[in-house]
Design a protein around this ligand. Structure first.
Ligand code: UFG
Length: 329
């Protein structure tokens, strides 16, 4: 039985991956400090409350549980927040991840799946952007992850550690069964904010910038359904266990939607014509981020099943209604 430790497994993406792994029967241990995650979101496996910066606790767990694979979701993810508070991002996303990796190497735990991000590319010179594109992040969030990618490269050369870095584009949607979803109350993500506005939690939705060099002046992003991303983790894990080779893959569908298009779909899905205001650009936002996803499709045989933004937003809407009324489970 393959043993998997999932750091940040009580958070948004981690909890969806835990659900999929649990349904597939893997032996799971979730490790989360619950700063943004929730106990109720962990549907499978044991939950240990701990921090990825706690080397002693990690050493103990690695010696006892001896995971075949560690998947790391424990990170802060809000681009704009990272511009305002870089220390929070470099401390948690880089420095503490280094402690996690140090403890892994010390305890001879050799397989690591890293949640990286499209934000490592900065402003891409070419869209769609492939894994070969140079890394040139324009915000501390992207830089905090790019640093870890460099650390991973160096560690894989110097030690037995092998890793897969998955560069997520814009992850969205919720569990189709409605048990889990984006539950971080201060989330600033576009789809979450749009749905919370439709739900009456905010007076209006703001569009951050309408003067970008894109088809309608608003930013373009590649929105990937959280369960398709969960599938990518299983494929990455199997690849890593079979080949013992480190690699990097983009996770996105290969086409993007503008902020205005996302809002139009959110209005259709909810049936609510919520108020929208155009305002100035938000710091740290690249104009367009769209994945060249041919590598993951070819090398891991990843076959996304839910490349449909209407469906994705619908799952998020079902979740949002339930969650805002406190009806979890
Ligand atoms: N936006 C608005 N109004 C809002 C919220 C967002 O106009 O209220 C715009 C943003 O300016 C941006 C787009 O919608 O142009 C998407 O913004 P999100 O905050 O939803 O997501 P980001 O693209 O900033 O970042 C997300 C994740 C990162 C990841 C990145 C990869 O938060 O972790 O996608 O593409 F790196």
């Amino acid at each position: 039985m393959i043993r998997i430790m999932i750091t940040g497994g009580a958070g948004y993406i981690g909890s969806h991956v835990v659900k999929l792994l649990g349904q597939m029967g893997y032996d799971i241990l979730v490790y989360d400090n619950l700063c943004t995650g929730n106990k109720w979101a962990v549907l499978y496996g044991e939950l240990i409350q701990g921090d990825i910066g706690d080397e002693q606790l990690l050493d103990k767990i690695f010696q006892k549980f001896r995971p075949d694979v560690v998947m790391d979701f424990a990170a802060f993810i809000q681009v704009n927040e990272s511009v305002k508070d870089p220390i929070k991002y470099y401390y948690n996303n880089t420095a503490k991840t280094l402690i996690l990796l140090k403890s892994m190497v010390k305890n001879n735990i050799t397989n690591f799946i890293f949640s990286s991000t499209a934000a490592v590319y900065g402003i891409p010179k070419k869209i769609p952007v492939s894994e070969e594109h140079p890394l040139d992040p324009i915000n501390p969030y992207g830089q905090s992850k790019a640093f870890v990618e460099q650390i991973l490269k160096d560690l894989s050369n110097a030690t037995d550690l092998n890793y897969i870095s998955l560069r997520y584009f814009n992850v969205a949607g919720a569990d189709p069964e409605g048990k889990i979803g984006q539950a971080y109350k201060e989330s600033t993500h576009l789809i979450t904010r749009a749905l919370k506005t439709a739900n009456g939690e905010f007076e209006k939705l703001q569009i951050y910038g309408t003067d970008y060099p894109t088809k309608d002046g608003t930013c373009i992003r590649d929105y990937i359904y959280v369960m398709d991303l969960a599938d990518a983790h299983i494929l990455a894990m199997n690849y890593l266990l079979e080949t013992k080779k480190s690699n990097i893959f983009n996770c996105g569908y290969g086409h993007g939607y503008s902020v205005r298009e996302v809002i139009d779909i959110a209005k259709k899905v909810t049936g609510i014509d919520f108020p929208v205001e155009e305002t100035k650009r938000r710091e740290g936002d690249p104009p367009a981020l769209v994945a060249d996803s041919s590598k993951i499709k070819q090398q891991l045989n990843w076959k996304p099943k839910y490349d449909d933004l209407y469906f994705i937003i619908k799952t998020a809407w079902e979740w949002e209604k339930k969650y805002s009324h406190g009806n979890i489970r």
